[in-house]
Design a protein around this ligand. Structure first.
Ligand SMILES: *Cc1c(COP(=O)(O)O)cnc(C)c1O
Length: 432
């Protein structure tokens, strides 16, 4: 019934995730509730790791983009599965370090890292700092000098690839706040500068062409453009950059019209392109990093709500209000993201009612999804929104002073809390 392998329907007609009855989880832990299936997360990690083994002689490493969902338990799982970690802020770095994540497997991203963040990354010897702009390069070099270190760095490059995705989450093209442009010569000049600096060591070039991408071709094109740049650097500057980072952005299924490609197809095609370019420029085949975020946790997670008022406005629409909203899932309000919604209490019944799922915040735009079909819903039903593992908790807020929900992780049919529900005391913790 569901394409997502962690979901099913039991004999009571209730939705199950990871073998647990969603309505029982809601009763036990309260709502709203984020639920994740650990087996799905680990299987996805293994698919990425194995794709490097199968198509690239194991000469690469997936780095989980922790902005998709950052918490200590997930950092531990990523380390156990042999993934590295991307962080984009001091807070994400702190989370990883507190979880005991090996700093050498952490990359620090961001288009506007503060002095404090750069120093923090240097002091903890993170594996790489992905430099976004010249001003940052200069600051980093001088901080590294003061700390008597040589910082391993990467450059965020805009390869100019349009990944045919939603404009809000498109980051590869020239009009982007992220990185150095290739076509203007900006990237080349930055490389020259970095080579002349003593307290940074340029080890890698990085690109990230967008998010929720279903085509393989934009990734292949970006990889070729990056390899051409590495070839040019070798030919003209005599420097061989031995690592290539191709970013994340692999699409997942939110609704049944989404068509993700198996992740190993990606490595298969990209490895052919990269190896051909390495031969063309007589350079060693580079070590490759990729940075999946959404695809590691997205489909492994669902959100459970309790339905409250069902408000039928004749000839207009029917609102089903739930006990969460834009505070735990802002993605529809932010960029009209699609979601599949299921009445978890009646998962065996035909979805016959067309409704708009509204949150409880004081904003008309606080909607989770419009015009979705679900089974006939009454107050008290448990409503499940699917594929919410990525960019939901990590984007959650306390608007209207609503505490953030907790996250329950299921492993082999057994649930455990991995992030506690916030309390009202948490809400006023910093008030004076
Ligand atoms: C957001 C981001 C990712 C992860 O993107 P997904 O679409 O979640 O896979 C990877 N790398 C960088 C630099 C990013 O900004």
């Amino acid at each position: 019934m569901f394409t997502n392998d962690c979901l099913n329907v039991n004999e009571s007609g209730h939705l199950t995730i990871g073998g647990c009855d969603a309505t029982e989880l809601a009763a036990q832990y309260g709502t709203p509730l984020y639920v994740l299936d650990e087996n799905v997360i680990r299987n996805t990690c293994r698919a990425y790791v194995n794709s490097f083994k199968k198509y690239y002689d194991g000469n690469g490493m997936p780095m989980y983009a922790s902005k998709a969902l950052s918490c200590m338990e997930l950092c531990r799982i990523m380390d156990e599965e042999g993934l590295g970690l991307d962080v984009v802020s001091g807070g994400e770095l702190y989370t990883a370090l507190k979880a005991g994540f090996p700093p050498e497997n952490i990359h620090f991203h961001g288009n506007n890292k503060t002095d404090e963040e750069l120093v923090m990354a240097l002091k903890h010897n993170v594996g790489k700092i992905v430099v976004d702009n010249l001003e940052e390069l200069e600051r980093l070099n001088s901080f590294a000098e003061k700390l008597d270190k040589v910082a391993p760095i990467s450059f965020r490059i805009k390869p100019g690839v349009d990944a045919h995705t939603h404009s809000f989450i498109r980051t590869g093209q020239i009009d982007s706040k992220f990185g150095f442009a290739l076509e203007t010569g900006e990237a080349y000049n930055a490389v020259k500068k970095a080579i002349s600096y003593e307290n940074v060591c340029l080890k890698e070039l990085h690109c990230h062409i967008g998010s929720q991408i279903f085509d393989i071709q934009p990734f292949v094109t970006a990889a070729e453009i990056m390899m051409d740049f590495i070839g040019k650097i070798k030919n003209e500057l005599g420097v061989v950059i031995s690592q290539l980072n191709l970013g994340g952005g692999f699409g997942i299924m939110y609704v049944d019209t989404d068509t993700p490609v198996p992740y190993e197809n990606y490595m298969e095609k990209v490895s052919i392109a990269v190896k051909a370019k390495a031969e063309e420029y007589s350079i060693p085949v580079p070590f490759i990093f990729i940075e999946p975020g959404r695809s590691i946790v997205g489909e492994a997670g669902i959100t459970l709500y309790k339905a409250g008022a069902v408000k039928n406005i004749p000839n207009v629409r029917t609102y089903v209000s739930v006990d969460g909203g834009m505070t735990d899932n802002i993605r529809y309000a932010l960029y009209q993201s699609d979601y599949t919604v299921v009445n978890a209490s009646k998962a065996n019944q035909k979805p016959e009612m067309t409704v708009t799922i509204a949150g409880k915040c004081c904003e008309s735009g606080d909607l989770i999804q419009e015009n979705v079909k679900i089974a006939n819903t009454v107050a008290g039903d448990i409503i499940a929104v699917l594929s919410t593992g990525a960019y939901n908790y990590s984007m959650a807020s306390n608007y209207n002073r609503i505490p953030r929900p907790e996250i329950v992780m299921i492993k082999d049919g057994k649930p455990r809390v991995i992030v506690k529900r916030e309390t009202y005391d948490d809400i006023i913790r910093n008030d004076i």
